[in-house]
Design a protein. Structure first.
Length: 400
């Protein structure tokens, strides 16, 4: 029997028992869809962080009074400590620091026309901050200048997505009880790490005035540094930690601050991707077992139903190897169809999930998932196929 005839025979067999075939396929579909989605989420996270690293800056170090619990920097946990201007003054003296900027930030009510929302407002030193934040691009107007008072620069999302009407350059907004003139609007970055899209920037002095009743005198929120060319960012980062420990009088492991470097970000991401990889492995293992058992049961039933037919095929000269191939093709088709449907479902699901977290499904993952599903079918169908080939022709012809 030719291979195309075997394929046609296998398809007819599956159509003959459609309900049983589809119930078997569902197990493979669930496993493959889960594997492809998890790998897509892991890849999306990895690519997203690479983009965010560019926004953060490969030569940048940040010190915050928060413990960063997510590589996307979307979740912060306050520490028991705070940052002070004295920390800033001490860090300025470290060799290898080319630029250093202090930021005072907090949440505040922001009113535009008759709408009021709560947003993050950051008071910065304009000239230095702009040099460090190289990913920050002006879409309209200009950035803040040293000496500006009651001027504001809005992130792209704040200007375009927060209020029912877009905020334009030259219009006024109210932060707290103070009126500010919008002098610039930033281009959207899409980076949750820098959070530029959802920030409102004012000068450092205006920030101190805005938060004078909710923050202590000389308290700051973030210190950002740019490392000089020729210096190792991680080595400078270690020095920053040592200076901060001394300034806060804490030992190693007792820090009430966070020092964020590119390596730190990568370590956090690798940890999450490692966890996702374990999850993918577990899902793949369970899928292999459940899907394989389902295919084996289906094939054993198929062999039982075709016992007499197998005898007829042997009687007309079909060899054992051809019978094995016949049932392996049938099992492989079950696996492959389940894999293809699983991939399609994963694609559809990824569109919905992408609203929450980025999902990137690579071509090699698609090919690998389809091959994996096909191989699962072959492996699961091997024993039933062998059993079919071993049935004596005379005995099978007597089977009712």
């Amino acid at each position: 029997m030719k291979i195309e005839e075997m394929f046609s025979y296998a398809v007819k067999s599956l159509r003959y028992a459609q309900l049983r075939s589809w119930l078997t396929i569902i197990g493979i579909v669930i496993a493959i869809a889960s594997i492809v989605l998890l790998l897509g989420i892991a890849q999306g996270l990895k690519q997203g962080v690479n983009e965010q690293l560019k926004a953060f800056g490969s030569d940048t170090i940040a010190v915050t009074s928060f413990n960063v619990q997510s590589p996307a920097f979307a979740f912060y946990v306050p520490t028991k400590g705070k940052l002070w201007e004295k920390d800033y003054e001490k860090l300025k003296k470290i060799a290898g620091i080319e630029l250093i900027s202090k930021v005072i930030g907090n949440r505040a009510s922001v009113t535009y026309k008759d709408e009021t929302v709560t947003a993050t407002v950051g008071g910065v030193e304009p000239s230095v901050f702009e040099q460090i934040s190289t990913s920050m691009k002006i879409k309209e107007g200009r950035f803040l200048r040293d000496g500006d008072r009651h001027a504001a620069v809005l992130g792209g999302s704040i200007a375009e997505d927060t209020f029912s009407e877009d905020v334009k350059v030259g219009q006024d907004i109210k932060i707290g009880e103070e009126k500010f003139r919008v002098v610039g609007i930033l281009e959207k970055t899409g980076s949750s790490m820098s959070q530029l899209d959802n920030y409102i920037f004012v000068t450092f002095d205006d920030g101190k005035e805005l938060f004078r009743n909710i923050m202590a005198e000389n308290e700051i929120t973030i210190i950002r540094m740019k490392v000089s060319p020729g210096y190792d960012v991680e080595e400078v980062g270690e020095t920053v930690k040592e200076v901060m420990r001394a300034s806060h009088r804490v030992g190693e492991g007792e820090e009430d601050f966070s020092v964020i470097t590119p390596k730190y970000i990568n370590e956090q991401v690798d940890s999450i991707i490692g966890t996702l990889s374990l999850l993918v492995g577990a899902v793949a293992g369970i899928g292999l077992i459940v899907g394989g058992i389902g295919i084996s049961n289906t094939m054993f039933t198929s062999v039982l139903e075709k016992t007499r037919e197998i005898g007829t095929l042997k009687a007309i000269g079909m060899k054992k190897g051809e019978i094995v191939m016949l049932f392996l093709i049938e099992a492989g088709i079950i696996g492959l169809v389940g894999g293809v449907i699983g991939i399609i479902i994963a694609f559809i699901s990824s569109i919905l999930i992408s609203f929450i977290t980025p999902v990137v499904i690579l071509p090699e993952v698609i090919v690998g998932a389809a091959v994996f599903a096909f191989v699962v079918g072959l492996v699961a169908g091997a024993i039933p196929a062998k059993n079919a080939a071993e049935i004596p022709a005379a005995e099978s012809l007597r089977y009712e």
